[in-house]
Ligand binder design. Structure first.
Ligand SMILES: Nc1ncnc2c1ncn2[C@@H]1O[C@H](COP(=O)(O)OP(=O)(O)OP(=O)(O)O)[C@@H](O)[C@H]1O
Ligand SMILES: [Mg+2]
Length: 206
């Protein structure tokens, strides 16, 4: 994605001409995400928020469908922790190589890169995909038990975050997607130190 721009204020902007570019951005974001990362996804109906989440989840090993949790509010995913973070490591290792499709990488056998095994007790990385579009009051998130979901380790990708204002934890990365002709313009803004690390590394990988 050569048409990206990154500035000192931790704002990364990129134009994505089609759906596959959005999937790819989701995958690149997954490669930089850390336990506990909170990502807000802003954008009109049909902007491409769920598409980005799909790219994120597929890149870290999820093989099933990614449904939009419009009616259920939240869809939980438990991803293989080692697969998830070995994928991250692989991205770092491969950073010098240009244009390797991350979706292809995630399907390859990475056993040789797995030698740096992480904490054996943590075998799952929880990822929660929220869609708050139908939320009538942010308080509803309390009843859903959002505090139990977001325990500081789980990663959250949240569509329509404004509907949960006041109850949602603050974002590390705020993503705004807008329609631009046939494609989409995407702004990624860091909102925390963790967010800065993620966005600056993402800027290098695009
Ligand atoms: N960069 C892109 N360029 C063109 N089309 C795209 C791009 N990214 C996604 N799309 C398309 O936009 C459509 C809507 O995507 P998606 O369902 O992800 O939107 P959404 O923001 O989640 O909408 P909602 O608010 O209704 O949940 C899909 O058909 C998808 O293929
Ligand atoms: Mg959606």
């Amino acid at each position: 994605m050569s048409n990206s721009q990154y500035n000192k204020k931790s704002l990364l902007t990129v134009f994505l001409p089609d759906e596959s570019a959005m999937i790819d951005l989701g995958a690149q974001l997954a490669a930089q995400a850390q336990p506990g990362t909170i990502i807000y996804l802003d954008g009109d109906l049909g902007a491409g928020k769920t598409t980005l989440v799909r790219g994120f989840l597929r890149a870290c090993g999820h093989r099933g469908a990614v449904k939009s949790p419009t009616f259920t509010v939240v869809e939980p995913y438990a991803l293989d922790y080692n697969k998830f973070y070995d994928y991250n490591q692989l991205q770092v290792d491969l950073k010098q190589n240009d244009r390797i499709d991350p979706l292809t990488i995630s399907k390859t056998d990475k056993s040789d890169v797995n030698s740096k095994s992480r904490d054996g007790n943590k075998s799952l990385q929880k990822v929660y995909h929220f869609d708050l579009y139908r939320l009538e009051d942010p308080e509803e998130l309390e009843y859903l038990g959002i505090r139990d979901y977001l325990d500081g380790q789980a990663i959250a990708l949240i569509e329509w975050p404004a509907k949960g204002e006041g109850v949602l934890p603050k974002a590390d990365v705020l993503i705004k997607i807008t329609h631009q002709k046939q494609g989409r313009g995407v702004e990624l803004r860091a909102e925390s130190e963790l967010g800065k690390a993620i966005v600056s590394r993402l800027a290098l990988s695009l």
